[in-house]
Design a protein around this ligand. Sequence first.
Ligand code: HEC
Ligand code: HEC
Length: 437
Amino acid sequence: MPIRRPLLLLVQAALLCCAVLLLAVDVPVLAQRTGESYRPVDTIAAHARSMVNEGRQTFRYETFGDQAFWTGTLQIHKALATVSPRTALAVGLKVDSDALPQDVLHAIRRGRVNLDDPAVTAALLKLNAVVGVQGTFAPDGRLTTAAISCALCHSTVDNSVAPGIGKRLDGWANRDLDVGTIINLAPDLSAVASLLGVDEPTVRTVLKSWGPGRFDAELFLDGKAFRPDGKAAAVLIPPAFGLAGVNLHTYTGWGSVTYWNAFVANLEMHGQGNFHDARLNDPAKFPVAARAGFADVKNDVDLITPKLAALEFYQLAMPAPPPPTGSFNAAAAQRGKLVFSSAGCANCHVPPLYTEPGHNLHTPDEIGIDGFQAERSPEGGYRTTPLKGLWSHAKGGFYHDGRFATLDDVVNHYDGTFSLHLSASEKADLVQYLKSL
Ligand code: HEC
Ligand code: HEC
């Protein structure tokens, strides 16, 4: 039957056409019904939004189970229960005004809150208002656990209610925070002492040496507490904003954002997770880490790894804050931009990232400083610091250890190291440019 087959094909084709037509008709009808033009759901943008929301929660509030260390081992909750809000603010802890009810805000504004009463600190913790410190409470109101999140060091507030009290500024370096003094409040530091292989008074002396805005992540790997010149080995807390597009992170280029997040959550905050870095299995360079088995951390319950993707996403989404109007001289900054190029600054601090697209590490000699901190990292170099938002972390100084108190000092250092012979006005313009980033 030679005719049948083409006929069947024809019928099939006709049916297909109808189906396509039906679909085509159906779409505008649907769109009309909902009153919107038809657009496929943008799954990527929706995903980005949910990652940012999840990452923000993690960055602000997640402790990764680190209360086991901060409460179980160090018993920091016992110390916090005796700390007045005045002391808490003095050691640089910040209060998130969005977490406070209106009547409490009014009372604070009118000076009617007793800042010398530790019960007020407990009330703030209960409201989840102390940035980066998470507490849990017994039914009788006692603080039973305390733990920390990333926001402790990498957030501050805008002081809109009172000094230290205001809206959160995620990603900003908290250069007021005296981490050493806070850890020193803990009644039991024997675990830290035995990790480092020293006695407890030594640990307390080291913590006291840090000062505001500083922390020493490498201490718990190499046990080096002081630089050869006798000063504390701690480095300045950097911002966690403006990191998208930057290859290596930390002052000494340990790895990517997500590498360092896993490192910090496991090894510094003492959360419960998994971590792997064979570079730490080096008893000569990292005696503490090698002894403690930090190269390969395994926990049956992993509270960290599932959080890493969104946490990184959130950090990459945080823009560097623009400088406040009037905080720099615009005409001078415009001239300074040319100096930034002609003096060779832009060779390493390549705009608009202000670090090298590519492998952004340098030897200590290249930037004219000693190699102490560089040699404490696996890579042995210094990472070109991305400069956007520089104005927001001037407190504590510049370079990893704050060795240059002002931007003028930084510029004078480069002028000498690179034999630039900049004139006084070129230097001043360059400083204004740095302030404008
Ligand atoms: C106790 C304070 C403290 C806490 C808590 C902390 N950090 Fe940091 N963070 C630092 C310091 C100090 C450095 C600089 C380390 C270095 O270079 O040696 C740093 C470096 C970084 C960097 C590199 C920034 C850059 O410019 O490359 C990122 C990213 C970062 N931290 C993210 C986090 C995240 C995410 C968390 C939570 C999982 C966290 N940090 C918890 C103090 C802290
Ligand atoms: C060879 C590459 C290189 C060149 C050229 C260079 N820098 Fe840097 N810059 C670095 C590195 C690496 C660091 C980090 C140093 C540290 O933290 O110890 C840095 C740090 C800085 C900082 C401190 C940032 C902070 O947050 O503390 C400033 C400011 C700065 N550079 C400005 C300049 C200016 C201005 C010039 C030109 C006169 C310049 N740089 C030239 C590599 C370079």
